[in-house]
Design a protein. Structure first.
Length: 345
């Protein structure tokens, strides 16, 4: 739970509420939209707060326009639903750029029609204006004490590292069996890494964004930069592990007439991948020894490849691909910076 964000949102909502108290007139009836805008604007980064503020106001504009255009028409049953759906369809081409804020377009259209009544322009002005004011307050609060999501990043990296380690361990166990698994057995035993890779890509993006417009990040530039590089390193490791598992599953399964590794190379390849899995999961004082052991097992695979090549003359492309990917993953792990904290929960 992001307690810092909760505190910033609470402070921003309170300040936005206080800011609209001196206003009278129609604002008295709709002042609660100011704290709403403040809460919307408070995100995990300063740049994100500014972006969500602008996106929210932009998303409201077409909803206001469409609702105001149909307001003079007879109030037929179902008109509100038609307007909401029509607005959602109309803005769908730009919905990707507006992100989650695109949902405010149909909501705004419905609010203006239902709550605005006979004077939709007055309500729309109060609704958009007060929400925008609150969003501005939320952005200012975020800029005044911007977040440094160090703990969140560490936890996310620890979870991703543990997931990658378990995935690679399953690959090693399946590869170490007497006979290679079938395609279906590979699918059931190992699974996919798409979700982990997507999480790491999102984390890399948010880590880079967290440093933008953030005076605290500039003050701790070395630490913030090191954390970002560690996220990118883990993203590279995830892609390499994904390549490794795909290579092994595609080339070493029981449905092939001629497998790529065979009995001479499956055991050393399994040991190399198992050691890499252990190195991925190692933290604290265990990490250096785990990395050395992983390097050793990869070297042993190279020795086994040399012996098989001398005996058979085969190219051993798949085994070479395993060595290359495992070596690059170890290099990324060795250069990723300080060890991450243990995964909890």
């Amino acid at each position: 739970m992001d307690f810092g964000r909760i505190i910033r949102a609470t402070v921003a909502a309170t300040l936005a509420w206080v800011a609209v108290q001196p206003f009278g007139g129609m604002i008295d009836d709709y002042r609660y939209y100011a704290p709403l805008g403040a809460v919307i604007a408070v995100t995990s980064t300063v740049a994100g707060s500014m972006r969500e503020s602008v996106r929210t106001v932009l998303a409201m504009a077409p909803g206001v326009a469409l609702a105001a255009a149909v307001a003079p028409l007879p109030q037929l049953p179902g008109l509100v639903l038609v307007v909401a759906l029509g607005t959602a369809i109309a803005v769908s081409p730009v919905g990707e750029r507006l992100g989650a804020a695109a949902s405010w377009t149909p909501v705004t259209a419905v609010f203006v029609l239902v709550i605005g009544g006979t004077d939709p322009w007055e309500y729309a002005a109060a609704y958009v204006g007060l929400t925008g004011l609150g969003a501005l307050v939320g952005t200012v609060v975020s800029m005044g004490w911007p977040p440094l999501p160090a703990r969140t990043e560490d936890q996310a990296l620890a979870h991703a590292r543990a997931d990658l380690s378990r995935h690679l361990e399953r690959v090693a166990q399946a590869l170490g069996s007497d006979l290679p698994p079938s395609r279906e057995e590979w699918r059931q035993q190992v699974g996919e890494l798409d979700e982990v890779i997507d999480r790491l890509r999102l984390l890399a993006t948010s880590s880079a964004e967290a440093r933008r417009l953030n005076w605290r990040a500039r003050r701790w530039q070395v630490t913030a930069g090191a954390r970002y590089e560690r996220v990118r390193a883990m993203e590279r490791v995830a892609l390499l592990v994904d390549d490794l598992s795909d290579l092994v599953r595609d080339q070493e399964h029981a449905d092939r007439d001629l497998v790529a590794l065979g009995p001479p190379l499956r055991p050393p390849a399994a040991r190399a991948l198992g050691a890499l899995a252990t190195a991925l999961g190692a933290v604290g004082p265990e990490r250096p020894a785990a990395l050395r052991q992983a390097y050793h097992e990869v070297e042993q695979l190279v020795v086994a490849m040399r012996e098989v090549r001398e005996a058979t003359g085969d190219d051993l492309v798949t085994a070479g691909g395993i060595v290359t990917a495992a070596g690059r993953a170890l290099e990324a792990l060795a250069n990723r910076g300080p060890a991450l904290p243990e995964r909890h929960g």
